[in-house]
Design a protein around this ligand. Sequence first.
Ligand SMILES: Nc1ncnc2[nH]cnc12
Ligand SMILES: [Zn+2]
Length: 322
Amino acid sequence: MTLHLKKAELHCHIEGATPPELALRQARKYGVDTSAIIRDKAYVWDDFTSFVRCYDAVASLFRTEGDYALLAEAYLTELAEAGTIYSEIIVSPDHGNTVGLGADAYIEGLAAGMDAARAKTGIESRMLITGIRHLGPEAVIRTAEYAARLRHPLVTGFNLAGEERMHSVAEFARAFDIVRDADLGLTIHAGELSGAFSVRDALDHVRPARISHGVRAIEDEDLVKRLADEGVVLEVCPGSNISLKVFPDFASHPLKALYTAGVRVTLNSDDPPFFHTSLAQEYDIASTVMGFEDSEINGMTRTAIEAAFVDEATRQRLLATL
Ligand SMILES: Nc1ncnc2[nH]cnc12
Ligand SMILES: [Zn+2]
């Protein structure tokens, strides 16, 4: 068990962190029928396409600043109770726009929840704005322009999530140029639904400090060596990968092989209740199923803080608590 270990997380989609019980409360508040997306207090989906449909339906249950503040505070408080000192949440102003809340109120609501969680527990957190790949390059450029002009102290990075099998990475290079110029940290979903080529494309066209997932780099030995040599950090989400059938089981998950090859890896939960996991459970699996020593897991937590999109004073303060 790893309850005694400090933890840090770089990769959790905030709407994807909604516990089904909270989704049901929100649905009652807005009079929404959830029978197609929640059964027996569990989310209903069976492949990536139906997962995204379910995710979007859950997101549509958050409609005010207060709703988003509640979600962020609840998630971060749960993390803090499990020993987490730092969390980056992936946020999607497109979802705020879809429900008519607007991007600014969406961000302010989340920021209020983050502030409340820090006041209560001490947990430090930041937001990474994400573009949604299946909405296409033009929509992602608009989201990148929004992220670049926002200059919110808690928004420190940019990601690209969504259906990885749609469009080429090169089509999103312009969006990433915009946010790089605004000094936001860069990470991109790759090597999850698509193979090693998508990780190589991400490195070539985006030049990110980190890759969201990246685990299918294991299909290409030269690429694994390149990741290790260049010190690119992978945000690995083992439970998500098994749930989405990227790998059949934990025994065939490449976390250990990547770690042994010298790739800088971190532990993350992605969309925890959708994948029947939590950050604490990912740490436990690394320990009891994948056989990592406590010292090795602490090393991954240290890697997460080293790769966090925070100012140097905050990074040093967090490192000192490990
Ligand atoms: N695992 C995942 N991959 C890509 N996009 C996502 N959006 C939310 N979860 C995601
Ligand atoms: Zn993700």
